[in-house]
Design a binder for this molecule. Structure first.
Ligand code: NDP
Ligand code: PYC
Length: 339
């Protein structure tokens, strides 16, 4: 059985749960923004499905729900955000304006986020920058879930990377993809719903291919596209954890109590000002220049642009609302009552 909620109810359920468990209003609002956006855009693996995990980590005192992120100006084109042991969404919200300002003044800028706990989809922060006219990249690692190509033991996180490109008069083009064949959340949802997973997503604890989600979660996820996805997972570790000196996935795994909440880690966000890459300063000309490419993609049957599925969902859900399983709703209310 499912429970239907409006987007306002999703937001309210999230803030009420997190504040009941001790989060500040700012932290609760920042997490509620990303969860509500995920439900609005039909990204179920990073919507309310994640609220019990955020809540458990708060309840355990592992995450500082009252953290106040600190902005550190490290270089003309680098602004670091220290999340101070809190949730990543507030750190990212606080950092957005300083990053955009640096990108506009320097042409390109980077924002390492440290001491954070990331449990969300990355398109949220990338789309916000691209909607503001900047080209953006984000890299996040988590804890060891994915075997390197040829191996069968978890080492990398599911390590997503997201890219955003601004468009005139249209929402940005954004892709956001794990470097594993699937996000871990997708396997968890398959397990919850009693469905098998496609071949190629995971191996079991003995390294044998499996379509059983439980065996896959206990074993290792596989990179997408073999050694190519494995190389991207490696790059994401280096960008998200190497440059900012955050936990590598295997260090995050060693530091994780297995409570189902987000592990400690970081993120690297980058922004580029399209008006600064050609001498004429004409960003519009660069954006216009690539539109025929998008038209040609869409001119071929069976194609779509990444993010179009989300934008279609965004048209429906404000009126239709969203659905979550009754059990998830009950679990969330039980978390509130346990405060
Ligand atoms: P998907 O494989 O579902 O989608 C990846 C990207 O491909 C999306 O941008 C999607 O756009 C696009 N896409 C899908 N199908 C097509 C198509 N036919 N044509 C063109 N584009 C297409 O995502 P993942 O399972 O890899 O990741 C899901 C989410 O999990 C991501 O948002 C990611 O950030 C999050 N995640 C977070 C982690 C963390 O540590 N915080 C770890 C791993 C994942 P669209 O959205 O429009 O479908
Ligand atoms: O779905 O792979 C995932 C994931 C890991 C951390 C947050 N989401």
């Amino acid at each position: 059985m499912d429970v239907r909620l409006t987007l306002d109810e999703v937001y309210q359920l999230t803030t009420e749960t997190l504040t009941a468990l001790g989060a500040s209003d700012d932290n609760a609002a920042a997490v509620a923004d990303v969860i509500t956006a995920a439900e609005r855009d039909d990204c179920k693996s990073h919507g309310l499905f994640r609220l019990p995990g955020y809540s458990i980590a708060l309840k355990n005192g592992r995450i500082d729900g009252k953290s106040i992120p600190e902005i550190n100006d490290l270089a003309p084109a680098v602004v670091q955000i220290d999340a101070k042991g809190g949730f990543a969404p507030l750190a990212l919200k606080v950092g957005r304006a300083p990053l955009a300002e640096k990108a506009r003044s320097q042409g390109i800028a980077a924002m390492p986020v440290i001491n954070s706990h990331h449990f969300a989809a990355l398109w949220f922060e990338v789309e916000a920058l691209a909607a503001d006219g900047l080209v953006a990249f984000a890299f996040v690692n988590s804890r060891s879930f994915v075997a390197p190509a040829g191996g069968s033991k978890p080492l990398f996180g599911t390590n997503p990377m997201s890219f955003g490109w601004p468009r005139k008069g249209k929402p940005p083009l954004v892709f956001d993809q794990a470097s594993s064949a699937s996000a871990r959340g997708e396997i968890m949802i398959h397990k919850r719903d009693g469905k098998s997973i496609p071949e190629g997503w995971a191996v079991d604890a003995d390294g044998n291919p499996t379509t059983d989600p439980e065996a896959g979660l206990a074993g290792a996820q596989l990179p997408f596209g073999g050694y190519k996805g494995s190389a991207i997972a490696l790059m994401v570790e280096l960008m998200a954890a190497g440059l900012p000196r955050n936990h590598l996935a295997f260090e995050a795994a060693a530091d994780d109590p297995g409570d189902g909440g987000p592990s400690k880690g970081g993120e690297l966000l980058m922004a580029m000002d399209p008006s600064r890459f050609v001498g004429d300063g004409d960003a519009d000309a660069s954006l216009d220049h690539v539109e025929p490419l998008f038209e040609r993609i869409l001119g071929q049957g069976g194609t779509r642009l990444p993010s179009d599925r989300r934008y279609e969902a965004r048209k429906r859900t404000p009126a239709e609302g969203i659905k979550i399983p009754q059990k998830l709703h009950d679990d969330i209310l039980a978390m509130q009552d346990s405060a």
